[in-house]
Design a protein around this ligand. Structure first.
Ligand code: NAP
Length: 323
């Protein structure tokens, strides 16, 4: 006899302690690989019978997929960003969309600051220098970098993660500027951050961190013009989403030393290969999208995605609902 329980499809292998919580309530199937995304054709097949989907940033949830999913009532994305989901299309079909903010805020802020320190103090170059046995003598300006302390940090997108980065920056005695579409008067008071329009922020900052979501408005928010407004000694950090920065313009700016360096956790099209032009520049530190990648935080995100899905499919309000 066919089960009357709801059906869930999970697009990656997750730890058993996470999936078992879903299995208590639903019939679950999953793509049993951790490192490879579920093939599109298989997802289009599996979604036909699913009431709920637990998705990753690597899954494209678009009208084609939603049209193939007559029973689908909820998509729970294991990420705070949901640029992989056509939210308006989900809304039209009364499909609930959930995400996992907050639990990854501090971890992603840590990584953002790690990139800021590593690029300014040339940590990757220095470590490679040593591993290549090139260290022959102490010398006055050997691998000399930039100071971070007491410099000016510009945060583009002072949301949850942006504020967590600001709190860390104050520990380094930095002055913190921010640019958002809306001023945050409460945070200006409580944190001591100062609002600037985008151009002023770019002109005044020694470090610029991009922390907006990827939307139609933020696509290529940082392009040739914005890069030309930055100081030649400025460092750009992108831990948001790759397409917020125009990679071709960034490559040119870095190659011509129009800006000092960049720290990138995200790229236009991921995964990037080692042959990607930006990865090879000596003034770029490139990471494979590991902003929230600590064991504790990934477990928290997975558990929150499960909570959201259970709540949404049992007629209750999910903890974090996009639509
Ligand atoms: P959040 O709390 O929603 O903050 C986003 C901020 O961006 C808000 O302050 C928002 O303010 C601002 N913003 C939105 N559109 C803007 C625009 N057009 N121009 C200027 N500012 C704009 O989000 P969060 O939790 O901090 O996360 C931010 C993003 O980080 C996520 O969406 C995700 O893509 C990325 N992320 C990456 C990783 C990673 O692994 N690298 C991990 C976690 C998150 P206004 O609405 O006032 O403009």
């Amino acid at each position: 006899m066919e089960s009357t329980r709801g059906k869930i499809y999970i697009t990656r292998r997750l730890p058993k302690e996470v999936t078992s919580r879903l299995q208590e309530v639903f019939d679950c199937k999953w793509w049993d690989h951790e490192d490879v995304p579920v093939p599109r054709e298989l997802l289009l097949q599996e979604i036909k019978t699913a009431d709920g989907l637990l998705s990753m940033v690597t899954d494209r949830i678009d009208s084609e997929l939603l049209d193939a999913a007559p029973r689908l009532r909820a998509v729970s994305n294991m990420a705070v960003g949901y640029d992989n989901i056509q939210v308006e299309e989900a809304k039209k079909r009364n499909v609930i969309v959930c995400n996992t903010p907050d639990v990854l805020t501090e971890t992603t802020a840590d990584l953002t600051v790690a990139l800021l320190l590593a690029t300014s103090r040339r940590l990757e170059e220095s470590a490679i220098f040593l591993k290549n046995d090139e260290w022959k003598s102490w010398s006055p300006f050997l691998l000399a970098g930039l100071d971070v302390h007491h410099k000016t940090l510009g945060i583009i997108g002072l949301g949850r993660i942006g504020q967590a980065v600001a709190r860390r920056a104050f520990g380094f005695g930095m002055k913190v500027l921010y640019y958002n579409r809306h001023r945050r008067m409460a945070e200006e008071q409580s944190l001591g951050v100062e609002y600037r329009d985008l151009e002023s922020l770019l002109r005044e900052s020694d470090f610029v961190c991009v922390l907006t979501p990827l939307t139609a408005d933020t696509y290529h928010l940082i392009s040739e013009r914005e890069l030309s407004q930055m100081k030649p000694t400025a460092v750009l950090i992108n831990t948001a989403r790759g397409p917020v920065v125009d990679e071709v313009a960034l490559y040119t700016a870095l190659k011509n030393n129009q800006i000092w360096a960049a720290g990138l956790d995200v790229f236009d099209r991921e995964p990037v290969r080692a042959s990607h032009p930006l990865v090879h520049l000596p003034n770029v530190l490139a990471l494979p999208h590991i902003g929230s990648a600590t064991v504790d935080t990934r477990m928290a995100m997975a558990n929150l995605a499960v909570d959201n899905l259970i709540l949404a499919l049992t007629g209750k309000e999910p903890k974090y609902r996009v639509c």
